[in-house]
Design a protein around this ligand. Structure first.
Ligand code: URA
Length: 234
């Protein structure tokens, strides 16, 4: 197995980050520093990351978290802000977030120690739809909805077709459910901005067929066997 894939399979990070670690000279095989991609690891090789032995037989875990607003989707933060890891203190295995949600976004976040799965779910070529519930300022017109559905310019990039459904209107705001197949930075906020509406609240309610459901804010659960099989089939 290639070294970067091996490191990801050990559940210590994603494949992309594993490549950075190798380039940075943090990885040794049988005591020798390997800083080039593509090195082949055999079953009896001893792989070390930052001087600590890592191996592939760690149990793979898959977690769904309902991220509250005010947490960053990162393992640590230079500014000492709360991170999603603070909500998972009693987990027996180390996991890391799959993709990201903004500080001000709440809702479904997957975490795992399965680097290969994480790579698959976050790679742009795998178009896995994500569903968001949006509270947007003002009353959206039918024309606004059509524009969101067809694709809008979010600053040098035209978004792909989206599913958009108005759930209702409240206090001069519109509640919208939107499904998108891409994951550009702050995409939903930028899509609404481009049609002249501000996102006041944003919650992710599904990743593909994995639903947030009734999971309480700040709480997490293990994915079911069926959900894990679904992710593996994607
Ligand atoms: N789109 C956004 O604008 N923010 C998120 O956190 C997720 C999708």
């Amino acid at each position: 197995m290639r070294l970067q894939k091996y490191i990801a399979s050990c559940g210590v990070t994603s494949r992309r980050k594993a490549e950075e670690m190798i380039r940075a000279g943090r990885v040794k095989v049988n005591g020798i520093k390997i800083d080039q991609m593509g090195y082949i690891v055999n079953n009896d090789d001893v792989v070390e990351l930052d001087g600590k032995k890592i191996s592939i037989d760690e149990k793979l875990v898959y977690i769904a978290l309902n991220k509250p607003v005010g947490y960053i989707t990162s393992v640590s933060d230079e500014q000492q802000r709360p991170t999603v890891m603070d909500l998972l203190s009693d987990l027996e295995f180390r996991v890391f977030p799959v993709g990201r949600l903004d500080f001000n976004t709440s809702g479904l976040l997957l975490l795992t120690n399965d680097g290969q799965m994480s790579y698959k779910l976050t790679h742009p070529s795998h178009k896995i739809y994500k569903t968001y519930r949006v509270k947007a300022s003002g009353i959206l017109s039918q024309q606004d909805i059509e524009r969101l559905k067809k694709g809008v310019d979010i600053g040098g990039y035209i978004t792909a077709k989206a599913y958009v459904m108005v759930e209702g209107f409240k206090d001069n705001c519109t509640i919208v459910e939107i499904k998108i197949f891409e994951g550009k930075n702050r995409q939903v906020r930028r899509m609404f901005k481009s049609i002249g509406h501000k996102v006041l609240e944003l919650e992710r309610i599904a990743i593909g067929d994995i639903q947030l459901g009734k999971l309480k804010r700040g709480h997490y659960r293990k994915l079911t066997k069926k959900e894990i099989e679904y992710l593996k089939r994607l």
